[in-house]
Design a protein around this ligand. Structure first.
Ligand code: FAD
Length: 832
């Protein structure tokens, strides 16, 4: 048997060594156009970043080694020019001499791989623009970095190679922007999960420019300028182009091999091409996706290697079938591990496959054992038979074993119920008795068997249109990280005693931070006859689905926040050296870290600084949001040894309170301030509908963030508080005329501009309904439910002839002294 193997990357060497193990007598030749065979492609970004220092370590094997161990004739710098199936011959060019020669084959394995996509954009061939596929590319990039010492790089494309390169550039001290045409990095994940990667990138000072395709490249003042479609220009010293790969098809086409519908070499289950005796494996072929059953191109090393073994087994008559590809992949972005397997939502929708989804946040191992870290997990499954369709897991520890377990489950066609029965290993250092994959099975099974009906945030429009009530079961202290305006807050531990406050005739959309407390609340409420539904994934997913993520902000607002800048910022806040209180909130499930910070801050003196570390990546955004809401000064947030470490200074008398600052913003400016009040006061003077809507939105938002809110209605503002129905009161003529001429209640208010005889106001109300914006009446009702104080000015009531009976129930009366007292207690007073 004479076996020719074309390509010495991953598939070729795997095929050569397998062939030798099956056939000691075979004549095996492997051709590789490059200089190296069998090296670690996957380590190339880390060699550039200096993590893998010794280039030689990447060489898994050499031609000499192949000869000695496997007796394989490896010919590097040997380009196979063409294949002639009729005569079973190939033409080879020796790139050292330029000479061509022919070789005969009995069987052939074509493992020609793929090449980076380089679209024909203006300036794409400019010096300093690189792609990375092989060791030679890595050598070129290393040489450029060593000689030119670039300060700024733009990585075009946020796939796994792009992100690995961004991390490694950053580690070399190069300022990096990732430019991506989609609205997320890692397109094989769903958007809300990719948002966690966005946060981590930003925490490390990598700038993101999303939803903005590259239009071309220019050279200006000695720099490369990356021109984006939006018109934005990104000047830099080097560009890493990583927008995907395309199968190498030249040889396949020369041999007349059929190409499939997604552009890879078409092979059957035996890895046999359309031409007899020619097999093909790896990035060059298209295979069947195990979940969708459709052809796919999934360029990964694992499938290439397994396909090579199967192709050789079939050459030797073993009749083995390749079952399909799942796209099981792992990526590391700084300390964040990312695992993806099976289909994501986009793929399932594209192929019309019905699915249900759930989110959970289990720990990598028991929380009492050091270094336990919370994971973000998403499971996709069939609502009909529970078959597992896909999973996405992110976290700083042990996400790989979870993704691999899901991969095994999907390969075996298991259902979510099967996941609950898996017996998985446990010891405190490595897992939990209630193992994460089992828990995923429980959560999904609860949904399927009706124990825990769920609603999804991406369905928010419909939920808002329904009569349902949003119920926030988090502790009041945690709500500072953000909440849904108008939601009712009853902390889980008070729920049993406050059931009477909840309606039974409408759905209750129950949420907490991640979905666990809300699950407990949902079960409690359902057993008491409420139509409770758990908002899947909690407030964390709401933030991404409904508020848009941080990643949507332009790159400039996410300026790099290095540890040095954070500490420098802190030293500007106070001249006195301070002892820093330490707090370890690692291993706590969200909202645990915030609760722990709250408790600790309560114990500290005003002006004290607390340094808190948490393993929950969401803490990076929760801590600044919480500080903003309660008025403490956020000094820094950074990643240290895989943990989120934040520094907070307690506000209060004697302290210097800074304008709160979000992660990635520039250094805080300090403004002197005494105690920080917890009240907001609004003076409502106007009766224009638009102004009043704005006033109530502010009032509701403030109340939801835990502030006491006072609204002081005076002059025309009093009309807002009038009942809409007529109230029979004896009044003098002048008062009667006044009350007759003024709008009676909120429903009669009109727009301050473009009223157009009432048409504009009607159009605005219709538009608000269409866009699910609460009506003014609903906003007023929400404010009353949230305990906002509505105070009518007694002096203007008297002037305008408005009597208490004409005002909504519960409206208080007060004079200027009452207002001034409220204003005194407030840190914001607004005049509307
Ligand atoms: P290749 O390994 O590309 O080998 C094909 C070879 O064929 C090439 O060396 C090419 O020079 C040669 N060739 C092509 N045409 C001819 C010809 N006419 N004559 C002679 N020789 C020819 N995958 C993972 O699963 N995990 C990872 O973490 C990961 N990280 C990666 C990081 C980087 C930077 C890169 C570039 C890839 C990474 N991959 C990863 C992908 C993985 O390397 C590929 O899926 C795998 O190498 C595919 O193997 P292959 O044999 O099909 O193709």
């Amino acid at each position: 048997m004479k076996l020719l193997i074309i390509g010495g990357g991953a598939g070729g060497p795997a095929a050569a060594s397998r062939a030798r193990r099956l056939d000691e007598d075979a004549h095996i030749i492997m051709f590789e156009r490059g200089e190296h065979v069998s090296y670690g492609h996957c380590g190339l970004p880390y060699h550039i970043g200096g993590v893998i220092k010794n280039r030689g370590d990447l060489l898994i094997s050499t031609p000499e080694n192949f000869k000695q161990v496997y007796n394989v004739d490896v010919r590097v710098r040997s380009l196979v020019k063409s294949i002639t199936p009729d005569t079973k011959q190939i033409e080879v060019v020796d790139l050292n001499t330029g000479d061509s020669y022919q070789e005969q084959y009995d069987k052939m394995i074509l493992a020609s791989g793929a090449s980076p996509i380089k679209p024909p954009l203006p300036g794409i061939d400019m010096e300093g623009i690189f792609t990375l596929r092989n060791l030679t590319d890595a050598d070129r990039i290393n040489q450029f970095i060593n000689e030119r010492k670039p300060q700024k790089a733009v990585v075009v494309g946020g796939g796994f190679i792009g992100l690995e390169m961004a991390e490694n550039f950053k580690n070399l001290g190069i300022d990096v922007t990732v430019a991506e045409m989609l609205d997320q990095v890692m397109p094989s994940m769903d958007r809300e999960m990719a948002d966690i990667i966005h946060q981590v990138l930003k925490l490390h000072g990598v700038k993101l420019q999303l939803s903005d395709p590259v239009a071309g490249f220019q050279r200006k003042d000695g720099q490369i300028v990356v021109n984006l479609k939006s018109g934005l220009e990104l000047p830099c010293d080097m560009v890493m182009l990583s927008i995907g790969v395309r199968p190498n098809l030249e040889l396949a086409k020369s041999a007349g091999l059929a190409v499939g519908e997604v552009g890879g070499i078409k092979v059957d289950e035996h890895m046999q091409t359309s031409v007899p005796d020619i097999y093909s494996v790896g990035d060059a072929v298209e295979t069947t996706h195990l979940v969708t059953g459709k052809p796919v191109l999934i360029p990964l090393a694992g499938p290439a290697s397994r396909q090579a073994r199967i192709a050789v087994n079939n050459i030797y008559g073993r009749n083995e079938k390749y079952r399909g590809t799942l796209g099981t992949s792992l990526v590391k972005v700084f300390e964040l591990g990312i695992g993806i397997v099976g289909a994501n939502e986009k793929t399932l929708e594209q192929h019309g496959i019905k699915y249900e989804k759930c989110y959970l946040h289990p720990f990598s191992h028991v929380t009492y054992f050091p270094d336990s870290a919370q994971m973000n997990m998403k499971l996709l499954f069939s609502p009909d038979d529970g078959r597992v369709l896909g999973a996405q897991v992110l976290g700083t520890d042990a996400i790989d074993k979870r993704i691999d377990t899901f991969a095994a489950a999907i390969s075996a066609g298991m259902s979510v119920e099967d996941l609950t029965h898996l017996e998985l290993g446990y010891v405190p250092a490595y897992g939990s008795a209630r193992e994460a994959v089992n828990i995923a099975g429980y959560v999904a099974s609860n949904i399927l068997n009706g124990d825990m009906p769920i609603e999804h945030w991406d369905n928010m429009d419909e939920l808002l249109e329904s009569d349902g009530v949003f119920l926030d079961v988090r502790e009041k202290d945690v709500i500072g990280v953000g909440t849904i305006p108008g939601a009712k807050n009853i902390p889980l531990h008070e729920l049993r005693d406050r059931l009477s406050e909840l309606p039974k005739d409408v759905p209750l959309y129950v949420y907490c931070n991640v979905g666990l407390e809300s699950y407990i609340a949902t079960r409690l409420l359902r057993q008491h006859g409420f139509d409770a539904r758990n908002m899947s994934g909690g407030y964390g997913i709401y933030k991404c689905e409904c508020l848009g993520s941080d990643a949507d902000k332009p790159a400039e607002s996410a300026a790099p926040e290095s540890r040095d800048t954070a500490v420098a910022a802190e030293s500007t806040s106070s001249d006195k050296p301070q002892t820093i209180e330490q707090l370890d909130a690692c291993g706590l499930q969200c909202p645990g870290p915030i609760m722990k910070v709250k408790q600790k801050m309560d114990e500290l003196q005003a002006g004290s600084v607390l340094e808190v570390s948490a393993s929950d990546t969401g803490f990076a955004t929760d801590l600044p949001a919480w500080c903003r809401s309660v008025g403490h000064e956020i000094l820094s947030v950074e990643v240290r040894d895989g943990k989120i470490v934040g520094r907070v200074r307690k506000s209060g008398p004697g302290s210097q309170e800074a304008v709160p600052q979000a992660v990635g913003e520039s250094a805080p400016q300090t403004v002197p301030k005494a105690d920080l009040p917890r009240e907001k006061t609004l003076v409502v003077f106007s009766n224009d509908m638009d102004r009043i809507i704005a006033a109530f939105i502010i009032a509701n938002g403030s109340a939801a963030m835990g502030y006491k809110v006072n609204m002081f209605f005076t002059f025309w503002g009093l009309n807002v508080l009038r009942k809409s129905e007529k109230v029979k009161i004896k009044k003098p003529l002048i008062e009667r005329m006044f009350t007759w001429m003024m709008p009676r209640g909120s429903s009669k208010l009109t727009l301050s501009k473009m009223n157009m005889g009432g048409m504009g106001t009607r159009m605005m109300k219709a538009e608000m309904r269409k866009k699910n914006v609460h009506s003014l009446e609903e906003l007023i009702e929400m404010a009353r439910e949230q305990g906002v104080r509505l105070v009518a000015c007694t002096m203007t009531m008297s002037i305008m002839g408005i009597h208490k009976e004409e005002l909504l129930d519960g409206v208080e009366e007060g004079g200027v002294a009452a207002f001034l007292e409220d204003a005194d207690h407030s840190n914001v007073t607004m005049f509307i």
